[in-house]
Every structure is written in structure tokens, then in C-alpha cells.
Design a protein around this ligand. Structure first.
Ligand SMILES: Nc1ncnc2c1ncn2[C@@H]1O[C@H](COP(=O)(O)OP(=O)(O)O)[C@@H](O)[C@H]1O
Ligand SMILES: [Mg+2]
Length: 301
């Protein structure tokens, strides 16, 4: 088994003013172990909703979820909490370090909370060294730059040796140079620590750094690209696709999601899937045919 996460048919319904609103409309994704997987899409497309579900913070309305080979679809909140504590680390856009604690103390505190059984002092130093902050160990968050604070948050997220790190727009508040350093650090951690990182971004420039990139639009997968294998796929999601602008696109410009019916928004591969081959391992040929035949000429790239 090469995937750490496999999600199929994920839907998430929110009740808004008494109406059902589907923020996710049937998402299939597979996250390879030891990869940087990027969930890319404009603001409001459903990235955070999806990340929260595969990160065991939220529960899907429909669909199945397998984490490290175990079907956790029907796990209780208590069981999910255990996975979160032991197997998962989180990094958020707004860094959220504890302001009255130094860099060292922030990482050490998180190790204490997670019940880490090894030598905490050694592990804190090791993690601060990994993010190149050994010399800043005693600095308080307010004495650190935005990029340094985000690196403390990364050290904190990896400290208890989770299998997967979920990072929601980790570069969202950083300039492009600092963002690039964070991505480079992610890649180093994947290589050195053997972890898997799933991150969201609305920044098109980040795409080339992902081993696997899923593009999400309106709660559906629009395209899939695996830079390790060269596989690509594009899906017909039957909505009025607006041209993407650089950076954050305005939510108002999107067609209201609830107007699209469930049936019309099924990913194309669900209709054309040929039995045994998992949907996400669409071959180049099927990606081509998806583009030519099923997309009806709509631009997906
Ligand atoms: N708790 C919630 N209640 C109602 N609507 C929500 C909730 N969370 C997200 N949404 C809606 O779901 C859609 C996707 O949101 P989100 O996953 O945050 O998008 P992204 O992270 O891509 O910007 C948005 O239209 C958002 O308003
Ligand atoms: Mg978000």
C-alpha cells in the first residue's frame, strides 16, 4: 500500500439558512506516502473543508476515508482524536504560537501535550535544528520574523513524529521568497523524516513544487497531476468555469454552488471508470479523452 490517505466520494453538506449547501460534492483523492501533496484552488473552492476531513478534524457527510490502510469512515470522535494526537500534525496560515513561550518552549509544550515518550529536550533541539532555528531557540515569537515563526510552527508540528502533516495555506501570509523557503523545508522534511505533507494553497506558483497536485473548484476535483509518475487527469465538472486570476480570486465571481445539481457535478471519471483501476490513477490516455471528449472543450489547464 503506497497511500497514506485514500478518500472516495467525499461530500460535505452544511446547512445554511435551512438549505443544504454542499461544500464538497464527491471528491476522490489519494495521497501517496512520503509525498508533498498540494490541494490547489481559489478561495471558497473547498480546500479547507477537505483538509479538515482528511485531517480527522471534521466528518464527511458521505464517502469513505482510509488512513494508513485502516478504514476510519465510521470512527467516533474519540477514535479520531487519537489519530489526530498520535499520527497527525497541523500547520495553519496564522501561526498561532503561544506568545509567552520561547521557540523552544512552544515545541516542548506540544511534545508534552502529545505525551511524547522519548527524550523531549533532545527532540526539541533536533526539530529546531531541522528548521534551522537552533540559534533562535530562546527567542519569543514577537522577536521572530513571520517566516521564522512559521518554521517554529513547523518544528512543533513534526516534533511528535506524526505520519502526516496537514498545512492549511502555510504560505498564505508570507512573501514569495519566504514561501519558497517553507516549501523547500517541506521537501527536506519529507526526505529526511519520511513524513507526508498535504498542503492547501491558492497560489498558482506553488503547483510545481508538489509531487501530487489536485486542483479543486466548487467542491470538486478539476484536475490531477502526479509529478512523480507523470500521470495527469482532467475532469468534467460541468460548471461555468471563470478564468482564474493571479492570487486570491473573489468568491463573489463564482456561480453559487447550490445551483449545480448533484448529478450534473459528478466527476467525469465516475461515469467512465472501467472497473478495477482506481479513479485517481487515470492514465494519460484517459486524461486525454477526458479533456477531448468529456470536457466539451472547456479549458481545464
Ligand atoms: N462551517 C461552515 N458552514 C457553512 N459553510 C461553510 C462552512 N465551512 C465552509 N463553508 C463554505 O464552504 C465553501 C468552501 O469553503 P472552504 O473549504 O473554507 O474553502 P477554501 O478553503 O478553498 O477557501 C465556502 O463556500 C464556505 O463558505
Ligand atoms: Mg481555506
Amino acid at each position: 500500500m503506497s497511500e497514506i490517505i485514500k478518500a472516495e466520494g467525499i461530500k460535505r453538506c452544511f446547512k445554511i439558512a435551512g438549505n443544504d449547501f454542499y461544500a464538497l460534492k464527491g471528491i476522490d483523492i489519494a495521497v501517496p506516502k512520503n509525498s508533498l501533496t498540494i490541494l490547489k484552488g481559489r478561495s471558497g473552492s473547498g480546500k479547507t473543508t477537505l483538509l479538515n476531513i482528511i485531517g480527522c478534524l471534521d466528518k464527511q457527510t458521505d464517502g469513505t476515508l482510509v488512513f494508513d490502510g485502516v478504514d476510519i469512515t465510521d470512527y467516533t470522535e474519540k477514535q479520531l482524536e487519537k489519530i489526530r494526537r498520535n499520527e497527525i500534525g497541523f500547520i495553519f496560515q496564522s501561526v498561532a504560537l503561544i506568545p509567552v513561550m520561547s521557540a523552544y518552549q512552544n515545541v516542548e509544550y506540544s511534545l508534552r501535550i502529545s505525551g511524547y515518550e522519548g527524550d523531549r529536550d533532545e527532540r526539541v533541539k533536533e526539530c529546531l535544528a531541522m528548521v534551522n532555528l537552533t540559534k533562535r531557540a530562546s527567542h519569543m515569537p514577537e522577536e521572530l520574523s513571520g517566516g521564522e515563526q512559521q518554521r517554529v510552527a513547523i518544528a512543533r508540528a513534526i516534533a511528535h513524529k506524526p505520519k502526516v502533516i496537514f498545512a492549511d495555506e502555510p504560505t498564505g501570509e508570507l512573501d514569495s521568497y519566504t514561501s519558497l523557503k517553507v516549501i523547500t523545508l517541506f521537501k527536506e522534511l519529507i526526505a529526511k523524516e519520511g513524513i507526508t505533507i498535504v498542503m492547501t494553497t491558492h497560489d498558482p506558483k506553488m503547483m510545481e513544487y508538489g509531487d501530487v497536485v489536485y486542483e479543486i473548484l466548487d467542491g470538486q476535483i478539476l484536475s490531477y497531476k502526479n509529478n512523480l509518475t507523470g500521470e495527469t487527469a482532467a475532469y468534467d465538472i460541468n460548471i461555468d468555469i471563470q478564468p482564474e486570476t493571479e492570487g486570491e480570486a473573489s468568491k463573489e465571481s463564482e456561480e453559487p454552488a447550490h445551483e449545480a445539481s448533484d448529478e450534473s457535478t459528478k466527476p467525469a471519471h465516475e461515469a467512465s471508470e472501467e472497473g478495477t483501476e482506481p479513479a485517481y490513477v487515470a492514465s494519460k490516455e484517459s486524461a486525454e479523452s477526458a479533456r477531448k471528449g468529456l470536457n466539451g472543450g472547456e479549458g481545464n489547464e
